[in-house]
Structures are given as C-alpha cells and as structure tokens.
Design a protein around this ligand. Sequence first.
Ligand code: NAD
Length: 357
Amino acid sequence: MKTYRVLVIPGDGIGKEVTACGKRVLERVGEKFGHRFVFEEALIGHAAIEATGSPLPDETIEKARATDAILFGAVGHPDYDNDPSLSVRPEQGLLKIRKELGLFANLRPIKPFDELLDASPIKPEVLKGADILFFRELTGDVYFGERGRREGGNVAYDTMVYARYEVERIARKAFEAARSRRRKLTSVDKANVLESSRLWREVVNDLARQYPDVTVEHLFVDTAAMKLIKDPRSFDVVLTGNLFGDILTDEASQIAGSMGMLASASLGDTVGLYEPIHGSAHDIAGKDVANPLASILSASLMLDISFGLKPEADAVTEAVAQTLREGFRTADIADARTPGEKVLNTEAMGKKVTERI
Ligand code: NAD
C-alpha cells in the first residue's frame, strides 16, 4: 500500500470548516482505493499569529517542505481588514509560503456543473459548455514589488515588476496545458499601458514559436473581464499575472455559480498546495453554512496532479456531481425557485459527497 503524506493547513474562518471536509474525502479515497494518507496539521494566518506571534511559523515551513502535498484553507481576520496599519498580518503567511515553496503557478479550473447552471447570474445558454483553465502567476507583480510612501505619507506606490524568467516558466506550463486541451491560449495583460505587460507579451510571443500547434490570442485585461461574462466558451487556457489573475478568477467564479465552487492548485518545482480560491469569509465563519465543495474539488486536484491518481480524482468530482444531481445544495448555490432542492450545512454536504465516493 502506498503512503501519501498530506499537510493540512486550515488557517482561519471558514478555512477550518471546509478543509475538514476536504480531508475526510481524502480519507474515504484511501479506504476505497487502498491508499494510505498520513495527515499532519500546521498553523498559518491569524491562527498562527495568536499562537506564535508569526503568520507563518518556521515549523509550518519545515512541515511543508517535508510533505508530499498541502491541503490549504484560507487566511484572514476582520480585525486586520479594518486596520491596514497593522504590520503583522494574516495574509503575509500565505504570500510567504507561496514564495518560500516557489509556488509560482496557480491553476484554477472553471467548468460549471450542469446542475448549477441556474445558480449563476449569467444566462445558462451562455455558460453551458464553458471550460476554462486559468494560470495565474503567483510570486511576482505588485504583490512583491517595491512599495512605500513619500511626501510625508501623502503619496503611496506599489511597483509591478516581472522578470523574463518569471513569465517564461508559467507561460511554458500554460502552453503545455493548452496542448492537452483545445490548443488555445489567451494571454491577458495591459500592454497598451504597462511596461511589465509589454515584457509579458514579448515573452509569450517568443515562446509561442515553440508551440506552433497552439493558437495564441492576446487580450487586454479590461476586454478579458468583459468577454468572460459575454462569451465564456471562447476561452480555453488563460494565462495572466498575479493581480489580473486575482481579480479575473473571482469574476470567473460566477461562471461556476459561487466562490464556494472554485478549487485551485499552486504549483512550482516541488510540493503542490491545493486551496479553494475563496477567503476566510468572516460573514459566514463559524456558522457551518460555508460551501465545502471548493475544498473537496481541491483535494481532487491534489489526487490528480501531485499523486497521479486520476481515477480517484475523477471519483471525487463525480461524487460532487452526483450530490448536486440529487438536489443537495449549500445556501450559496441554492435557488429557491428550483423544486426538490435540499439545502445542507457544511458538514452535511461534506458527508453526502464522502458517502458517494
Ligand atoms: P471571501 O472569499 O472570504 O468572501 C467573499 C464572499 O463570498 C463572502 O460574502 C463570503 O461569504 C462568500 N464566500 C466565500 N467562500 C464561500 C464559501 N465557501 N461558501 C459560501 N460563501 C462563500 O473574500 P473577502 O470577504 O473579501 O475576504 C475575507 C477575508 O479573507 C479577508 O481577510 C481577506 O484578506 C481574506 N482572503 C483570503 C484569501 C486566501 O486565503 N486565499 C483569499 C481572499 C481573501
């Protein structure tokens, strides 16, 4: 029996609630398919600040380096959102772990379940058949560039910086993925205004010569934002930077019906980290109403990408589809107009999916 080590980092708010469901799904896959998953836990974010004073304790990094894959929840706390002056912050934990582990590519598949076409504010006929794979760069851009204040604090600046190698390594992953899909790559930038975007476009065009079988399209981020809603089916693989990817994938979550439906994989050259795209959602934390499907689908991505267990990954996705087909919903994807829907809380939804694997 093969052993897979999984580090569970629940973090804050609903991160704890949904990650418990993702972990249970992995345990079930272990029982059903005869694998052994060995779990460890570690702290990050506000939970880590409370316990150790640091949003990313050294112990968490050590455990992360020693594991095969990471199941991550979310970080964030309202006290910090409302006070930008605090210098130690929960989200520093997430930015730092991405940097420390070299997790430069964030993959976000967006493919609405047919059962949820009515849960989206976009018309079902526009959505049906949409299947997008986002590649969001994760360790560069304004998140890591030089920032500061001048003129007595009255002028603030953040710097958007990209190096050729940073663009190239994620673009290569995106081209490879496009090859195994519908062979179209849309690169999103703001090259009409930003110098870093002009470099981005240059690198993508250089690399495109090595992938003549992939059709490359460049879109400005404003146009991409519009087209995602107007014609989501026109996209296959989307490649973009950290800031644009952050915003566009939240927008694109509405294609899948809810923030609670979108899973992601953060990859580099070593361990993979799997997390929902949503945050710690203080407005619903502790109420057992969060949608756990993004965490469960993140576990499915882990099985496929980090462990090469494709049938197991498909069994999880199919269990989610079946649960939805049977009419089970969490509040965020429920539609009062649909007869036969049964609204479940977080734990019960996790249990339904687990039972169906
Ligand atoms: P959020 O993603 O936490 O929530 C946005 C909205 O979506 C909220 O109304 C929330 O209730 C809803 N939502 C999110 N996930 C859901 C789920 N699984 N089921 C049902 N509804 C869900 O974003 P926010 O409110 O802007 O930020 C809250 C905190 O999370 C902040 O402190 C922020 O810094 C942090 N954050 C963390 C991450 C991360 O850890 N990756 C990402 C984004 C925001």
